[in-house]
Design a protein around this ligand. Structure first.
Ligand code: AHM
Ligand code: MG
Length: 359
């Protein structure tokens, strides 16, 4: 008798993959059937973050065709940076999508000076979402890759002052983190502290479909990503490191102007991304709570590392909401190599002997 309920193994596998939605995946990560309340919450939160990602992806895909997607709003944000229309739109999308989750009491983003409270959610919603709605904003108007970065933390205390002091804690307090890359396809990569997993948006289904579980970054890679236009204002140790790469055959430079895109390349292929301090910005450009800490959490979960040069990014305790940190992130051996230059106090007069550092 022929079993008409079964398909060939390859097709069965493809169907299982297509049926693995993001929310279900989060639940499965946590708990073999007995899902606790936090697992349910994180699953629901990831569902809302994914919804925000889908809406932003849709808007970006039509950006040249609609009035309100390209160009600047004419205002500057709390960082003193030009606000693009897409920054404003994506920020609002995240707020609205999470407002409706009922789970998030507070949101904080690159585009908002102070945390945004949703009082009606606060009695039950004990989570804070930190996010960068559009990372790599300068790419929007020229149709290049951009991303969104997110981080979920438990809200501690009642925060009656509205100062969000409980957010001023290290990156190990994150419950979930990830990014959405709006590139040639839209991909969502996340961790809840149980490995790193990627989902691609299938536009025909309107669903994120699992493509890779337990991603591991290669221990080393030949790509380095840094804005070399800042060469003269970097610390000498970073200049020495980059000059070492220039002199060593096999390295290649890739820099897209969007951390999410560069980070994704490095996660998949290995290498290192750097945004060091500069003369005018000794802590670099990237913000800890919603850019470098979530990326650090994710990279560590993939077997990689994230450093300021002297400290693990996940150990940095911010003094303020929009604090910046230098970032050196990627393959563990490559991050260690950069740190060896920083630690050696390399100067132009005393070039570092690097032969033993490069495998
Ligand atoms: P943004 O979130 O305001 O776009 O800033 C973050 C971006 C990163 O994505 C990118 O790697 C970096 O800033 C690029 O900055 P620069 O143009 O100074 O190289
Ligand atoms: Mg950003």
């Amino acid at each position: 008798m022929v079993d008409n309920t079964q398909l060939p193994p390859a097709q069965e596998l493809a169907i299982s993959r297509d049926l693995m939605t993001l929310s279900r995946h989060v639940l499965q990560q946590v708990g073999g059937g007995s899902y606790d309340a936090q697992a349910q919450d994180l699953s629901a939160l990831m569902g809302r973050i994914a919804l925000a990602g889908k809406l932003i992806s849709r808007h970006l895909s039509r950006s040249g065709l609609v009035e309100d997607a390209l160009g600047s709003t004419g205002s500057v944000n709390v960082q003193g940076e030009e606000v693009k229309k897409m920054d404003q739109y994506a920020n609002r999308i995240f707020i609205r999508a999470l407002e409706q989750s009922g789970l998030v009491c507070r949101l904080a983003s690159e585009e908002m000076e102070k945390p945004y409270y949703i009082p009606e959610n606060c009695p039950v919603g004990r989570y804070t979402l930190l996010f960068d709605p559009i990372d790599g904003s300068s790419n929007i108007d020229v149709n290049l890759a951009v991303g969104s970065i997110f981080s979920v933390r438990q809200q501690e205390g009642n925060d009656e002052t509205g100062e969000a002091l409980d957010l001023l804690q290290d990156g190990r307090k994150q419950l979930a983190a990830g990014y959405i890359l709006y590139g040639s396809g839209t991909v969502l990569v996340y961790t809840i502290g149980k490995g790193v997993h990627s989902f691609y948006l299938d536009p025909s289904l309107g669903e994120f479909i699992l493509v890779q579980e337990n991603i591991q970054v290669p221990s080393t890679g030949n790509t380095y990503s840094i804005n070399e236009g800042n060469f003269c204002s970097w610390p000498e140790s970073i200049r020495q490191y980059v000059m070492h790469l220039h002199r060593t055959p096999g390295y290649t430079s890739r820099y897209s102007g969007a951390l999410v895109a560069d980070m994704h390349r490095i996660l998949m292929l290995g290498g290192v991304y750097l945004y060091p301090g500069t003369e005018s910005h000794p802590d670099g450009k990237l913000r800890l709570l919603y850019e470098t800490a979530p990326m650090a959490f994710l990279m560590e979960q993939a077997g990689g590392r994230a450093s300021t040069g002297t400290q693990n990014v996940l150990d940095v305790i911010p003094k303020k909401l929009h604090q910046r940190t230098p970032l050196i992130i990627g393959s563990p051996d490559d991050v260690a190599l950069v740190e060896s230059f920083v630690g050696s106090g390399a100067s132009a007069q005393e070039p570092v002997q690097v032969s033993e550092l490069r495998r």
